[in-house]
Design a protein around this ligand. Structure first.
Ligand SMILES: [Zn+2]
Length: 360
């Protein structure tokens, strides 16, 4: 067996798992242009798909939060009809399958798609229909996470919908949006309700904001997973001799195997990390936290799961065993019944990686 590191082409063929991906952050530029025309949305900066792709990338790289948020005005702006939601979800499943993803949980906030009169239920059913169409025959299974916006007051309503639709494709619940000023405890009633219903949820925490946000998400709200969670690094002291010392919260997160949904490229764009090589994922993987690798917003970050892996291989020299470890971590952390997770790990992921390792 050679010492060659996995290439992007090889990584694309590996069976991968994605837990943190936003539906409104992964549209094809050409689809945005089509949907804007069909639905009469006239706010796009350009109607040329190639130029639009570049615009999204640059606006997200600009370091300006206003410009970054404007990108979502456009994607959400064209996702206000049933047909648009079905198409975007179907294409999302197709694109993920083409990248070699075998299991994905894709999230979105239903309340952001009701501007033209759709009910929350109609939004949810349209997205489920799209995923059904897009996954069929492509060797991928897609679950959805319903997101509530932290600055809004609809989390209880969205949590109830996550429970109502849990047997037909909704895998769990999430909250997203600006962390500063909107602590997760603001939505405590929704989290307590989900716990009483034995339902699963993740919370965006520790992305821009620090340890208090992570602590609240886990110890007050009972989150199963952490969206990003990169700031857990603030509770790990690396002394002069290079020996890391974990604080109580970091130790708890590692001991309890709480999954971290890490999104390296997205973190560079929002300033949560300076470069891939300096991203906390390197240390956290070394310390065997339950790290998973994700895309966040494929369009804004111009990325795929395979490309995230390839960047990590380049920065840290990860080999097939490392990539399989991240993948099995993600599958273990999925909001899917235990026997389904096991079947994917033993029947798809391990044999898929074994083939690639053998060929390398
Ligand atoms: Zn996110």
């Amino acid at each position: 067996m050679s010492q060659q590191l996995p290439t992007l082409e090889e990584i694309r063929r590996a069976p991968k798992v994605l837990l943190h991906d936003h539906l409104d952050g992964g549209l094809r530029p050409g689809t945005i242009v089509d949907l804007a025309r069909e639905t009469g949305y006239d706010g796009l900066p350009t109607t040329d798909p190639g130029a639009l792709r570049t615009w999204f990338r640059e606006a997200s790289d600009s370091g300006s939060l206003e410009r970054y948020l404007e990108t979502f005005d456009h994607t959400v702006g064209v996702m206000q009809t049933r047909e648009a939601l079905v198409r975007v979800a179907a294409e999302c499943a197709e694109d993920l399958a083409a990248d070699g993803v075998v299991y994905a949980e894709v999230r979105y906030a239903p309340e952001q798609h009701t501007e033209r009169g759709l009910s929350l239920e109609e939004v949810i059913e349209a997205v489920l229909e799209g995923f059904r169409i897009g996954s069929e025959g492509r060797g991928i299974k897609v679950g959805t996470l319903l997101t509530a916006m932290r600055h809004q007051a609809r989390s209880m309503e969205i949590a109830e919908l996550a429970v109502r639709y849990r047997d037909v494709g909704v895998a769990g619940f999430d909250i997203a949006g600006a962390e500063a000023g909107y602590p997760p405890t603001r939505h405590l009633d929704a989290f307590e309700y989900l716990q009483r219903e034995n339902a699963h949820f993740t919370i965006h925490a520790g992305e821009a904001f620090g340890l208090p946000s992570i602590w609240q998400a886990i110890q007050w709200c009972g989150a199963d997973r952490l969206g990003h969670g990169v700031r857990i690094i603030d509770d790990i002291a690396v002394s002069g001799d290079g020996e890391p010392k974990l604080g109580r919260l970091a130790a708890y997160v590692r001991d309890k195997r709480i999954p971290l949904e890490m999104c390296p490229t997205s973190n560079l764009q929002t300033g949560a990390a300076a470069s891939i090589a300096e991203h906390p994922i390197g240390l956290l993987r070394r310390l065997s936290f339950r790290v998973t690798v994700n895309t966040d917003n494929r369009l804004m970050s111009g990325t795929t799961v395979s490309e995230e892996f390839a960047k990590l291989v380049e920065a840290f020299g990860y080999d097939w065993d490392d990539l399989q470890w991240f993948t099995v971590n993600a599958m273990k952390s999925a909001f899917l019944p235990f026997d389904d997770r096991l079947a994917l790990i033993n029947g798809v992921i391990k044999p898929g990686f074994a083939r690639l390792k053998w060929q390398a």
